[in-house]
Design a protein around this ligand. Sequence first.
Ligand code: AMP
Ligand code: MG
Length: 353
Amino acid sequence: METELLNIEKVSPEEKAAALKKAGEIIREGGLVAFPTETVYGLGADALNAEASAKIYAAKGRPSDNPLIVHIHDVDQVYEIASEVPEAAKKVMEKFWPGPLTVILNKKSCVPDGTTGGLKTVAIRMPSHPLARDFIRESGRMIAAPSANTSGRPSPTLASHVYEDMQGRIPLILDGGAVGIGIESTIIDMSTDTPTILRPGYITKDMLEEVLPKVNIDPAVTGRTMKKNVVAKAPGMKYRHYAPKADMTLVEGDMDKVVAYINEQTKKAEAEGKKVGIICTEESQDMYQGGNLEVIGSREHEETVAHNLFAVLRDFDARKVDCIFSESFSKDQLGQAIMNRLLKAAGHKVAEV
Ligand code: AMP
Ligand code: MG
């Protein structure tokens, strides 16, 4: 299959309309279209068409028990697919939609098991990216979409990342330029009595507690390792994720000790003939003596770290490093989401110094 890459960002209104029309036709015929959102690029299909969503699993090589998020452009669509919408969920949707928050609710039977991985709940999000909204509206469908990467690889934050992974597997990629936030949506389960964060993201627990009395965080979010006998609530939590090709170690501790440790390990690995990648920050970049540096962002502005995270992992793949050492970040607010992705990328390999 030829994969077409159509720019919808810096083109004339006519070109944009033609690209969206084509995308809508593909979706209505049960095909796949990759599209930009404010979090990462999504790989979309008609959410209520089981055969269409099955194609997402095939294109990504995704395990079939890992459910998809249904993307909508209008709040009323929630009532078409959710069997109950608690008052608390309405408050959250009103406050954070459109935006990077996914809400889990009990599903109606019209949502096929193929979209929810057999679960009785459905994950729903209304993105804020105007091109994502245009695409969903134009398709006339609700769009099931996980991140548009090959299963296990870093999520795509540029159309070129999607092309790298999906070339020859899907008919169309809508190129809307670089995404804004750079890490996937916060997922909150509102199908149970106490709302629980299953995946941390840009919308933090503190922000959610501005409208909800109490929010839990699923132990798997912060847990170093997922114990074998713990059942994953968001099935995605149990799989190795975001993994760069190189062996990655996350280094935690006081900044000077972290830098000293990475310098020492780099020297050792380079003496063995290995190519070493180092994930550093604007604040620390001058403190390294060897290795291949990627500046992930500034500690002063953690949103820059989130924005660059997946691209940095992909860049190290392209530079063919053998091992990667990464600095660590704060464990609250956005730092929690950043650490969650880095821990998964490192396969939970942590050096405490
Ligand atoms: P992705 O954005 O590619 O990580 O894929 C969607 C994420 O949403 C996965 O981690 C899923 O496990 C999670 N998800 C989707 N539907 C549900 C659901 N009904 N219950 C819990 N997690 C879900
Ligand atoms: Mg994903």
